[in-house]
Design a protein around this ligand. Structure first.
Ligand SMILES: Nc1nc2c(ncn2[C@@H]2O[C@H](COP(=O)(O)OP(=O)(O)OP(=O)(O)O)[C@@H](O)[C@H]2O)c(=O)[nH]1
Ligand SMILES: [Mg+2]
Length: 456
C-alpha cells in the first residue's frame, strides 16, 4: 500500500478562490517543517509541539510577503497522517499565490485534486467510504445530505459493512479449513447456521440497496416534474414554489415549450422542480417537441405533480389522464388548481380519492402540497438512524455482493462442494470489502491463524 503514496510534500490553497478575510494554504509531507524553516525562518518549526498555532512572518529574499498564522500537526496526528501545516494568510489571491509559489520553489509540488484525502486513506486514517464521504460533505447543500455525509464520514456506514464482513469471514475461515481437511470428510462450518447467516446478511444488504433510491435523490435533489394540460397553471405553481418569476405565465395555452427547472429546499431536502409544456396533441412543431420532452421527463422523474384546472377539466379527461399516470410507475400527486374560482370543484370531483385542491395564483394549499411531497420521499425514514447509500460505487458493490450471496445460497441448496461454496463467499467478501477499501486475501489467512492453531 505504502508504495502508492508518493514521497513528495504537497501544497494547495484550501479555501475558495477570490478575496476573503483569510485564505488557508495546506502543506503535507515529510519536508513540511523544512519548508516552513525556509519561508519563515524566525521559528524553529521542528521543535514546536503538534497541535499548536504560531504567528510568523513569511519572507521571500528578505521581503515581507505576509504575517500569517501557522497551525502545526505532526505525523501521525494529522488529517493525512503526515507532517501537516495549515497557514492562514490574509485572504488576498495575490498573497496566496505568492506564498504557494514560494513553497513550490522550496521543494513542494502542487497537490492533485483530492490528494490530501487520498493520503489520509492510504495511511489508514480513514477507509475508502469515509474518504468518499469527505467529498460529499463538502458538496452538501442541504440538511439531509449533510447528515448522511457526516454519518458516513464518521464511519457509520463503514461500521455496518465491516460488521457484515466479520461475520462472513468467520464462516469463510471454517469452510477454508474444511478444504484443508478434505480427505477426512469433516464439516466445520455448520450448513444450517451458514444458511441462516447468509440470509440475515442478505436482508441487510437488500435494505441498503433499497435505500439507494432515496439516498441518491437526497444527494442530488428529488426530480419533481409538474405536468398537465396547457393553461392548468403549471408555470404559476413553479414560480410560487420557487418564490421567483422563473417561467412565463400567460392565459394563452401552450406558453411553456421547454423544460424549466430549479432547485428548492423543503425541510432540509432538495427538490428539483421541472415545469413542462402542457400535454396536448398539437400541430405546432416546436410545441410538439416540448410535449415529447414532457413525456420523457415523466418517465425519468422521481415524483410527478399532475395539475389540472378544476374549472375546465371534465371528469372523463381526468380519468383518461390518471390512467396514463398509473402506467408510468412513478409516484404521482393529483392536484386540482384554480380552486379560488369556483366552490363547486369538490362536488364535481368527489368520485376521486386523494385529490389536493389548491390555488397556485392565490397561494392556497401550497403548504399541504409541500407536506405531501415530503411524505412521498419517505421523509420519516430520514429521521431514524437508518443508513442510506448515496454513492453509486457503493451501490454497485452491494449489488455484486448480493449476487455472490445468492450464488452461495443456491449452491448450498444444490449441495455443491466446499471449494465452490468458498469461492462464492470469497466473492461476496471481495465486493463488500471494496466499499471500505479493505480487500485483501490476507484477511482470511489472518483470521484462520488467529483463531486456530493448525500447526502444519
Ligand atoms: N384563478 C386562477 N388562475 C390561475 C391560477 N393558476 C394559474 N392561473 C392562470 O391560468 C393561466 C395559465 O397559467 P400558466 O401558469 O401559464 O399555465 P401553464 O400550465 O403553465 O400553461 P402552459 O405553459 O401553456 O402549458 C394564467 O392566466 C394564470 O394567471 C389559479 O390558481 N387561479
Ligand atoms: Mg407554462
Amino acid at each position: 500500500m505504502s508504495k502508492l503514496i508518493s514521497q513528495d510534500t504537497i501544497v494547495a490553497i484550501a479555501t475558495p478562490q477570490g478575496q476573503g478575510a483569510i485564505g488557508v494554504i495546506r502543506l503535507s509531507g515529510d519536508q513540511t517543517f523544512n519548508i516552513l524553516k525556509e519561508i519563515a525562518p524566525s521559528k524553529n518549526w521542528h521543535e514546536l509541539a503538534s497541535h499548536t498555532i504560531h504567528l510568523a512572518h513569511i519572507k521571500r529574499e528578505g521581503i515581507l510577503l505576509d504575517e500569517a498564522l501557522f497551525a502545526l500537526f505532526k505525523n501521525p496526528r494529522s488529517y493525512t497522517g503526515e507532517d501537516v501545516a495549515e497557514i492562514s494568510c490574509h485572504g488576498s489571491p495575490f498573497i496566496l499565490q505568492q506564498v504557494v509559489q514560494l513553497i513550490l520553489e522550496k521543494g513542494a509540488r502542487l497537490a492533485k485534486a483530492g490528494e490530501f484525502t487520498q493520503r489520509a486513506f492510504l495511511r489508514g486514517r480513514m477507509d475508502l467510504a469515509q474518504a468518499e464521504a469527505v467529498a460529499d460533505l463538502i458538496a452538501s447543500e442541504t440538511e439531509a445530505s449533510h447528515r448522511i455525509a457526516m454519518n458516513q464520514m464518521r464511519g457509520g456506514f463503514s461500521n455496518e459493512i465491516k460488521e457484515l464482513r466479520v461475520q462472513l469471514i468467520n464462516f469463510a475461515s471454517l469452510i477454508e479449513l474444511e478444504l484443508d481437511f478434505s480427505e477426512e470428510d469433516v464439516e466445520f462450518a455448520n450448513r444450517d447456521q451458514l444458511r441462516a447467516l447468509i440470509n440475515s446478511i442478505r436482508l441487510t444488504i437488500e435494505q441498503l440497496i433499497k435505500s439507494f433510491d432515496l439516498g441518491h435523490v437526497i444527494k442530488n435533489g428529488v426530480p419533481t416534474v409538474i405536468v398537465g394540460k396547457p393553461n392548468a397553471g403549471k408555470s404559476t405553481l413553479l414560480n410560487k414554489l420557487l418564490h421567483e418569476e422563473k417561467a412565463i405565465v400567460s392565459e394563452i395555452p401552450g406558453t411553456t415549450r421547454d423544460l424549466i427547472e430549479d432547485e428548492m429546499t423543503l425541510d432540509g431536502i432538495a427538490f428539483r422542480f421541472i415545469d413542462t409544456a402542457g400535454l396536448r396533441e398539437t400541430v405546432d412543431k416546436v410545441e410538439a417537441i416540448g410535449v415529447q420532452r414532457t413525456r420523457d421527463k415523466m418517465k425519468q422523474a422521481s415524483l410527478i405533480i399532475y395539475l389540472f384546472d378544476v374549472t375546465t377539466t371534465k371528469e372523463k379527461e381526468l380519468i383518461a389522464d390518471l390512467e396514463e399516470l398509473k402506467g408510468l410507475d412513478t409516484p404521482y400527486l393529483v392536484v386540482g388548481n384554480k380552486a379560488d374560482t369556483s366552490e363547486k370543484y369538490a362536488e364535481k370531483f368527489n368520485n376521486f380519492n386523494g385529490i389536493l385542491f389548491i390555488s397556485a395564483k392565490q397561494e392556497l394549499g401550497l403548504e399541504e402540497l409541500k407536506n405531501r411531497l415530503l411524505n412521498m420521499v419517505n421523509y420519516e425514514k430520514l429521521g431514524s438512524n437508518q443508513t442510506l447509500v448515496t454513492n453509486a460505487r457503493h451501490y454497485e458493490c452491494l449489488v455484486n455482493t448480493r449476487t455472490a450471496l445468492i450464488g452461495a445460497s443456491k449452491g448450498m441448496d444444490e449441495q455443491i462442494s466446499g471449494d465452490l461454496l468458498a469461492q462464492d463467499i470469497r466473492q461476496a467478501l471481495f465486493h463488500l470489502g471494496s466499499i471500505t477499501g479493505e480487500v485483501s486475501a490476507d484477511d482470511l489467512l489472518g483470521n484462520i491463524f488467529s483463531k486456530f492453531c493448525i500447526g502444519k
